[in-house]
Ligand binder design. Structure first.
Ligand code: FES
Length: 139
């Protein structure tokens, strides 16, 4: 009788420790994969137009999420969300190809956010911008 109680107690302890270890191991993975919330970060951002050369991209935080400003080789300015529309990884700019690539599953996007390949179901979200007196205002 006493052994049975001890066995139950040990079983509960082992189950609790296993559950705590699973949560501790899984939380960093969840944080990495989960899209960032819309909290924090500037809702409007001003970047001097001279900061960006043709063919370059500049990443920044916008409204609590990663975003990117591109100046195409033809001089057009485009601001996009840098959050991949597949599972939320942050895309990377590949200057040689003039396109974005997602490091997670190989999604590819053009300079205007259009999906060129891979699993992303939608284009990158566009962010409005205006250019006045040498400044680019995003948002
Ligand atoms: S998260 Fe970008 S391709 Fe999967």
């Amino acid at each position: 009788m006493e052994n049975e109680g001890r066995r139950k107690f040990l079983g509960v302890c082992v189950a609790g420790a296993t559950a705590a270890a699973a949560v501790a191991a899984g939380y960093p993975v969840f944080r990495y994969l989960a899209p960032r919330s819309g909290q924090g970060g500037a809702a409007k951002l001003v970047i001097p137009a001279g900061e960006l050369k043709e063919g370059d991209a500049k990443f920044f935080e916008f409204a609590g999420s990663s975003a990117v400003l591109i100046k195409t080789k033809s001089g057009e300015l485009v601001a996009l969300s840098a959050v991949c529309t597949h599972l939320g990884c942050i895309v990377q700019w590949v200057k040689e190809k003039q396109q974005f690539q997602c490091p997670c599953h190989g999604g590819q996007f053009s300079t205007d956010g259009t999906v060129l390949g891979g699993p992303p179901p939608r284009p990158l979200a566009k962010i409005p911008l205006t250019v006045t007196e040498g400044n680019i205002t995003i948002g």
